[in-house]
Design a binder for this molecule. Sequence first.
Ligand code: GAR
Length: 185
Amino acid sequence: MKKIAVFASGNGSNFEAIAQACADGRLEAEVALMVCDKPGAYVNERAERLGIPAFTFNPKDYSGKSEYEKIIADKLDSIGVELVCLAGYMRIVGDELLSRYQGRIINIHPSLLPAFQGAQAVERAVEYGVKVYGITIHWVDQTLDGGKIIAQEAFRYDGHDPEEVHALGQVIEHRLYVDTIRQLL
Ligand code: GAR
């Protein structure tokens, strides 16, 4: 069984979608580790309910990114993780993880990249008056939401409510992330 890790910072709906796909056989893989940089985030409750091992840390407890990323990379190595899926992990990945995992780390982002990189992508797109929204899955490099695109899906929306765009986008995200992971594995 191939081992994957999912990194998240908040709600964790993509983490749960991936974990469910592993549990019901749509993915021939196991979520062997959930990594979270926010001790109070809801994704931690999801991991506990699903019985998935978690490493949750507070970046403030470390001297810097390279210190906590070394711990994470050592854990990924010891488990034998083959693919790292960032799912709402709101941090730029640093050298420590990239030097060992570049080419095996992917990210999902709620826009048609390269448009609207970074946080609040949906809110900024609505503000801009965008009519065609989308979801992108891409390889992770040292840039913010950069890296070569693997998969993209667009949808039309004519309103002005970011919550509606989020809801429409997340339905696509959960399906597209599982399908993309399957192809990559
Ligand atoms: C997702 O919409 C994902 O595309 C976005 O965070 C959300 C996490 O949702 N990621 C980014 O904005 C990355 N720059 P979830 O916690 O419910 O999976």
